[in-house]
Design a binder for this molecule. Structure first.
Ligand code: AMP
Length: 322
């Protein structure tokens, strides 16, 4: 069944009133792909509808909570506040008809797809400050990005009043900052993270992958390969993991077309401060790079310490998923 489509705040309020609880929100910028589908499936599971694929784990989770079936709400909004000068706001893919079909296939109840004017009737004067973790890495390379993201997410929370909201680990720093915002500002929704979804060749699925030519895509595969190499070397500590990943990216910087690195780091997953040589516990190996005019980000979990173990499962097993 096609979801209800709300274009306005009034329409959203009317649609929201019909939704069964718990309401699970999945905020997106549209151009939905298999990575978004994975979020929608998790959202449906969390809403107590079980796993559509009949996966036992999902059914058990729903049963354990004893929930009534709730509903999934997807927002589709290319948020101008999070795009900097010279970024791809104008060319960002917009595919609303296909998005609605995907939402229908994934059992979404309501899609909120407001216009820019509906979302920002006036230029906002008050925005969210993402704090110190928001000034590092993506925050450094994309000034204003996280302020824009957190502001629109806060507005979406206010407008849709979800019980839960699902975000992807692909944007690990964004997910962590949303968790910080929810805790620091006493917001209502519980936050769930979904693992990174990868295309069969290993590249993290992204709406921006459509910009890549065949050759650019071949170069871009250096990112997941570097993360896998870093994860494989994690037994030697953060420095060894970083060095292994850097070696691959160094080589890729000389490929044709080249991979131009913005950053590669091993960081604490809450503060995003670089992990020192004695760091123990879970950490993220994070990379951002440009290939042609496309900017890509990716990451993987590592664990350092007594039971050092790389958690590169998603990198090694990606071919099994699609
Ligand atoms: P976007 O439409 O790119 O803003 O993404 C909407 C949500 O989907 C965000 O929470 C992203 O982190 C998540 N997402 C996008 N791509 C992936 C992916 N490949 N794996 C997991 N989550 C993703």
């Amino acid at each position: 069944m096609r979801p209800m489509l709300a274009r306005t705040r009034v329409g959203l309020a009317a649609a929201r009133a019909t939704m069964a609880c718990p309401v699970v929100l999945v905020p997106t910028m549209g151009a939905l792909h298999n990575g978004h589908r994975a979020l929608l499936r998790l959202a449906r599971e969390l809403a107590g509808q079980g796993d559509q694929r009949g996966d036992q784990r999902g059914d058990q989770r729903a049963d354990q909570r004893g929930d009534q079936a709730g509903s999934v709400l997807v927002s589709i909004f290319v948020n101008p506040l999070q795009f900097g000068q010279g970024e791809d706001f104008d060319r960002y893919p917009r595919t609303i008809e296909r998005d609605l079909e995907i939402c229908a296939e994934e059992g979404v109840s309501v899609v909120f797809a407001p216009s820019r004017r509906e979302m920002y009737p006036v230029e906002p004067q008050v925005t969210v400050d993402p704090g110190p973790a928001g000034r590092l890495l993506e925050g450094e390379f994309r000034p204003g990005f996280f302020g824009g993201v957190l502001t629109v997410v806060l507005k979406l929370f206010q407008l849709t009043r979800p019980d839960l909201a699902v975000f992807g680990e692909k944007d690990a720093q964004q997910l962590a900052l949303i968790r910080h915002m929810v805790a620091d500002l006493d917001l209502g929704p519980r936050i769930a993270g979904a693992p990174i979804h990868r295309d069969p060749d290993g590249l993290a699925t992204s709406s921006r992958n459509v910009y890549l030519s065949e050759w650019e895509r071949a170069s871009a595969l250096a990112l997941p390969k570097a993360l896998a190499a870093g994860a494989a070397a994690a037994g030697g500590g953060p420095k060894a993991a970083l060095a292994a990943a850097a070696m691959l990216l160094d080589a890729a910087s000389a490929s044709d077309p080249p991979v131009e690195l913005d950053y590669l780091t091993v960081a604490d997953p809450a503060s995003f401060v670089e992990a020192g040589p004695d760091y123990t516990g879970r950490a993220l190996l994070l990379v951002a790079a440009r290939v042609g005019s496309t900017r890509l980000i990716d990451n993987t979990w590592l664990t350092f310490g007594p039971e050092t173990a790389a958690e590169a499962g998603s990198l090694e097993n990606h071919a099994a998923h699609d």
